[in-house]
Design a protein around this ligand. Sequence first.
Ligand code: NAD
Length: 383
Amino acid sequence: MSEFHYVAYAQEVIFGPGSLGRLGEAVDRLGAQRLMLCTSPSLHSAGHVAAIEAILGDRLVAVFDQVRPHVQDVQADEASTFAESKQVDAVIGLGGGSPLGMAKAVAYSLEKRSQPLPIPGAPAAQPLVPVVAIPTTYAGSEMTAVYGITHTREKPPRKITVSDPKIAPKVVVYDPNLTLDLPPELTASTGMNALAHCIEALYSRTRHPLSTAAAISGVRHIAEALPACYAHGRDLEARTQMLIGAHLAGRSLADVAMGLHHGLCHVLGGTAGVPHGIANSIILPHAVRFNAETTALQLLPAAEALGVRVDGQDPAAAVEAAAEKIFEMAGQMNLPQHLREAGVREADLPELARIAFQSHTVQNNPRPMTDAAEIERLLRAAW
Ligand code: NAD
C-alpha cells in the first residue's frame, strides 16, 4: 500500500441521539427550499415522515413513501417524474439502503434531465440537486456515491450500479433513536452487511491507510455492539455504538473498490430476490474463506476483533477461524445460513454464477476469479 488514490466527498455528517432535530439547520445551510422525501411504508407508519414534515414545514413539497427493496427502475422513473413536476431542489432519503438509493436515483435523473452534462462528473463536481441521507439501518449507502438499480424488464432481472461523485449525500444525519425499532432480523442482517463492508475494505485492491483504519475500527464496534442490539433493540447505547460501526463501515465502503462478496450479493439480490442483508450474511464466511490465503495479513485485525486468537497462529488459519466465527454469529442471531433457506433454487446456481462472473465488482476481487465454475462452487458451498 505504498501508492494510493481515492476520492473524498465534502459531506456534513451529524451524529448523535436526537440529531434528527438538527435536520432543519442543515437544510438551511444547503439553501434548499423545495425538498422531496423518499422512504418506505414502514418508516411512514412509524411516524418518522410526520417528524420530518414538522421539521421542514412548507419546504417539504413531495413525499414518495412506497420505495420497494433493490431500487426498481420502474419506481425510480415514477419518483423522478414526480420530483420534476414538483421542481424539487434537494432529495432526502430516509430508511435503509433502498430509500437512500432511490433518493440518489432521483437526484441523478434530475441532474441529467436539467443539464445534459457529461456523466460521470469530475471528482470535485458539486450536485445540482443534493441528496440528504437519514439512515435507519446499518447498510451504509449514506456515505457513498453509488446506488444499485434493478432492471426489472430484463429476463432475468439484473441489478447494476450507478456511480457519480454528485450523488454522494451532502448531508448525513445519523440519529440512533431512529434505529431503536429496527426489528431483530433487520438489525442482524444489515449489521452483517456493515461487517462485510469492513472486511471487503480491508482486502480491497484500492485500500488506503484511512479506509483500513475505518474498517478495523468498524469491525471492533460491530463485533461488540451488534449482538447487544439484536438482543436488546431498545438499548440506546448499544444502538449508538452500532451506528458508529455502520458509519465507519460506510466510510470505508465509500473509499475503495469492493470485490467478490459485494458483487455476488448484488446478483443474489437483483436476480434471485434475496434481501441484501441476508445475502451478505450468508455469503460473507464463504468470501472470507475464498480470499483467506491471498489476504490473510489484511484480515488479521478483523479476525482479532472478532475474538480469534491470532498470536502464534498461521494467518490463514486465523482467518479461516474468523470465517467460522462470522458463520456462527449469523446463526446466533437466527439469520439464514444457507442460500436454500433464502429461497434460492439449486437449479439457478449456474446462471447466477454466470451473471456474477461478468460483474466488474466480482472481477475486482483480490484473488482473481478464473471462471464461472469457481463462483458456482462457492455458491454451492453456500447453498
Ligand atoms: P432496505 O432499505 O431495503 O430496507 C429493508 C426493510 O427495512 C424495509 O422494509 C424497511 O421499511 C425496513 N426498515 C428500515 N429501517 C427501519 C427501521 N428503523 N425500523 C423498522 N423497519 C425499518 O434494506 P437495507 O438492507 O437497508 O438496504 C439494502 C439496499 O441498499 C440494497 O438495494 C443494497 O444494494 C443497497 N445498498 C447500497 C449501498 C450503496 O453504497 N449504494 C450500500 C449498502 C446497501
